[in-house]
Design a protein around this ligand. Structure first.
Ligand code: TRP
Length: 471
């Protein structure tokens, strides 16, 4: 199928070339730095087990029903997100103002894109560092043969505080994203996902299995999966729900946008299940990959972003062939990040195409330019602008630079709010006939899903938001 301009524009509509392509692209969107960097960081910062088990609960009871809701709105609307919400609202006799949910999503996706590409730039830095190291360490040698653990650790703070380097890498990562999004759905986005996600998965599992022999696996399992109810505060719950949405790419109408390219024949309930299973396994495997190294080295689990960028490289220092394996790993992380950044850029781009009737190229260039400006502020917030706390006067954002501010603003506010409104929309506003014909569910499962979307999702989300913000 030829990629044309956009969903909703007249003429030939573009779409995924197959059901598998959609599933892999959606998994590609979901699996990314959220699983590899953010999940271990959040799990460590929030005390392990309580967070992880509540996270899994959120994924199954809230994430999965909302994912199905988003994709079905998209497939029904067959258009960019706001248009899809409007269409379903109008056909249900409701106000077309519901498209506001998607507009909020477009804005959140843009904000996430801006700082996501900063992290993507960091990954590129490690790709470069490992590549350079490979030349000196050789194919069979361990990584950073001549350096101590402390020296490898020191690479990270040195990099994030170096403004020109992080801004340049941010621009680099944005331009790569731009390249794929400007080529359209089946020509660009799909190709990355179909070829690279399977390779990435195999490599991640291989490194985890290797680590299981050398690292502190027992300690890791008890850290990640021991449920201590006392640790389950409102903060932890808000962090877990935010992570669930971030990881599944929900709450920004992103899956509405991808759903719009799905054919009629695809069973959305099944595909949602597959996407959720894949995304959650990758997050858990990432945890099982990283924490054994942390504990074996006697480090604290709350190392935040450093877990991925400081602790993991340490593992490659111990492995014969670590220089090569480390390089391969970070290349794969870069690709996983790319399939997500591509999904993030697609949301505002599809909106610009529909709204202003410009070409895909013009739209993606505009979005890139905007993300670049905001991204540069985030990139510098770890160095030159580290003293600037844009929303520091609000307790939730206290002491946070631009990057952390945008992360909190989206993860803890706009994503859960977007999901809350979507569940209300699908559960209460949209006409049942439209929903029933799209969701691919029958009998008891259908009733269960409806119950979750109508009752559990809105109530749980509202409660978590209120307690998390004011509690
Ligand atoms: N889910 C991706 C990750 O875990 C990031 C991402 C893609 C995303 N699209 C999104 C996050 C939409 C929030 C909203 O890396």
């Amino acid at each position: 199928m030829v990629a044309s301009t956009s969903p909703g524009s007249s003429g030939e509509r573009e779409g995924w070339s197959s059901r598998t392509a959609f599933i892999l692209a959606a998994i590609g969107s979901a699996v990314g730095l959220g699983n590899l960097v953010r999940f271990p960081a959040e799990a460590g910062a929030n005390g392990g087990g309580a967070f992880v088990l509540f996270y899994i609960l959120c994924i199954v009871l809230i994430g999965l029903p909302v994912l199905l809701s988003e994709t079905l709105i998209g497939r029904h609307g067959q258009a960019a997100a706001p248009e899809s919400y409007r269409k379903m609202a109008l056909e249900s006799g409701a106000s077309k103002q519901w498209e506001f949910v998607a507009s909020l999503g477009v804005l959140s996706a843009f904000l996430v894109l801006s700082f996501y590409c900063v992290l993507g730039g960091w990954v590129l830095y490690y790709v470069g560092t490992f590549a350079a190291d490979l030349v000196s360490s050789g194919v069979t040698g361990p990584a950073f043969a001549g350096s101590s653990f402390e020296q490898v650790e020191a690479l990270f703070p040195a990099m994030i505080s170096n403004g020109p380097v992080t801004v340049a890498l941010n621009i680099g990562f944005l331009l790569i994203t731009l390249y794929f999004v400007s080529r359209g759905v089946s020509g660009g986005i799909e190709k990355v996902a179909v070829y690279l996600m399977p390779i990435f998965f195999i490599l991640l599992v291989a490194i985890t299995v290797y680590g299981a022999f050398g690292g502190a696996m027992g300690e890791t399992v008890s850290y990640l999966f021991t449920f201590e109810p006392a640790k389950l505060s409102a903060d932890v719950m808000l962090a877990a729900i935010g992570q669930a949405f971030f990881s599944l790419s929900l709450g920004v109408a992103g899956m509405v946008t991808y759903g719009a390219y799905v054919s009629r024949e695809t069973n959305l309930a099944k595909t949602s299940g597959i996407i959720v299973a894949a995304d959650t396994s990758v997050a858990l495997i990432a945890g099982l990959c990283i924490f054994p190294i942390v504990f074996a080295a006697g480090l604290a689990p709350n190392g935040g972003l450093g877990l991925m960028f400081q602790t993991l490289p340490h593992a490659f220092q111990d492995i014969p062939g670590g220089a090569l394996i480390g390089l391969a790993f970070f290349v794969m992380v870069a690709f996983a990040a790319l399939t997500s950044s591509v999904a993030l850029m697609e949301v505002p781009s599809a909106w610009v195409i529909d709204r202003f009737k410009v070409s895909r190229l013009v739209a993606t260039l505009l979005v890139t330019a905007g993300a670049l400006v905001l991204g540069a502020l985030s990139a510098l917030s770890m160095g030159a602008l580290s003293g600037w706390h844009p929303l520091g006067f609000i307790p939730l954002f206290e002491g946070q630079g631009m990057l952390d501010t945008l992360d909190t603003l989206t993860g803890k506010l706009t994503l859960p709010i977007g999901a809350l409104l979507t569940s209300i929309f699908v559960g209460w506003i949209a006409e049942k006939r439209l929903i029933d014909s799209e969701n691919g569910l029958e009998g008891g499962l259908h009733r269960l899903w409806l119950f979750l979307v109508r009752w559990l999702c809105p109530i749980a989300l509202a409660a978590i938001l209120i307690f998390g913000i004011f509690g």
